[in-house]
Design a protein around this ligand. Structure first.
Ligand code: FES
Ligand SMILES: [Fe+2]
Length: 363
């Protein structure tokens, strides 16, 4: 019998990365978070300014540093659809073109700053990031979340959570079945992932002690990434003997290569006969419950290291699959291969499906 030969300790690898941010739509906040007071955004390794035009009512995002002498436009003011620099009052239109210099006879031709594509949908304001400077890809526009437009649903209750990590490590969570027990006290009954193009989905059925009433009540969760950073989750569970559905928003936006902000949101169905104030209180209560669960993840992300070569075992979900899918957003558009985007399905644990479980709740 040969004696056990202890292998060398495993070496965790994390490449030094060039500064590059994944191509796609990123949530800046809910609609109310962008208004006619310029808002400074410290994102994508730089400073941007977001504001709402006083005439067009639209959300606009520009580079924040004024090319005149470097003033910070987020300290300026909105005039019509332009933002005026606080330093010498040069005015910048929503298209990034300087449209007024109060003391000049002629505006220099070069007076143009970068204007970032924006989108307002589902009660959220998005900005488009593309390291190659391309226009938004039409098929990647987030789908309409019908419930946000329905009168019997609340608006998003939002929270902003800073995390010291890389966005990719957050997205890993989509296939991380094994963390549900230790982190969320959830007994997973079934777990699967699908990917197709820019969309990656996690479907899970489990028992959850924080979000449901007891051990024998199940929750279903369908989490969908549309692009690299915008994720919505629909959770269904039992509350006071009735099926209850909640939409969660788990979007993130990088500040730099080692930090990102999570824009976390909760939206619930209004209780019949309740006032707006009562419904807001209910949404806040759900937010508190969900934040409690979410913060268990946050504590892990804030302290973990970046790892390019995770050491997986046979019970783990397909982390390599989610990373392959994510890599499409870090690849120049012309170089994306079929392997990064083709439809795939992976079942990590077989069991009752989300659809079956929801059908049995309403019986
Ligand atoms: S630095 Fe902005 S107007 Fe001069
Ligand atoms: Fe989690």
């Amino acid at each position: 019998m040969t004696a056990y030969q202890k292998p060398q300790p495993y070496t965790i690898k994390a490449d030094i990365r060039e500064e590059r941010y994944a191509r796609g739509w990123y949530v800046l906040g809910n609609a109310a978070s962008i208004n006619d007071t310029p808002r400074m955004l410290s994102v994508f390794g730089t400073k941007l300014v977001a504001y709402r035009g006083k005439e067009d009512g639209l959300a606009h995002v520009l580079d924040a540093y004024c090319p005149h002498m470097g003033g910070d436009l987020s300290g300026g003011e909105v005039c019509a659809n332009s933002v005026v620099c606080p330093f010498h009052k040069w005015s910048w239109g929503a298209d990034g073109v300087c449209d007024d210099i109060p003391y000049a006879n002629k505006i220099p031709e070069k007076a143009v700053i970068k204007s970032w594509p924006t989108l307002e949908k589902n009660g959220l304001v998005f900005v488009w990031q593309d390291p190659e400077g391309g226009e938004p890809i039409a098929e990647q526009e987030p789908l309409k979340l019908q419930h946000w437009y329905a009168d019997d649903w609340t608006d998003w209750e939002m929270a902003e959570i800073p995390i010291a990590s890389l966005g990719r490590e957050l997205v890993d969570n989509m296939c991380d079945m094994a963390h549900f027990g230790p982190i969320h006290y959830t007994t997973v009954k079934s777990f699967m992932n699908t990917m197709n193009g820019h969309v990656f989905v996690q479907k899970m059925v489990g028992g959850h002690t924080i979000l449901t009433e007891g051990d024998d009540s199940l929750i279903t969760s369908v989490a969908t990434y549309e692009g690299p950073a915008y994720m919505t989750t629909t959770m269904t569970g039992m509350m006071d003997g009735l099926p209850m559905t909640v939409h969660l928003l788990v979007s993130h936006i990088p500040q730099d290569m080692g930090n990102f902000l999570i824009n976390f949101g909760v939206m619930v169905k209004k209780a019949e006969g309740s006032t707006e104030a009562e419904n807001k209180t209910m949404a806040e209560a759900y937010m508190e419950k969900n934040i409690e669960s979410f913060n268990q993840d946050v504590a892990i992300w804030n302290n973990k290291c970046i790892i390019d070569n995770p050491l997986m075992c046979d019970g783990d979900g397909p982390v390599n699959l989610v990373r392959k899918w994510y890599s499409q957003f870090m690849t120049n558009a012309a170089d994306i291969t079929n392997d990064q985007v083709k439809p795939r399905e992976h079942v990590t644990m077989e069991g009752p499906t989300v659809e079956e479980t929801i059908a049995s709740m309403s019986q």
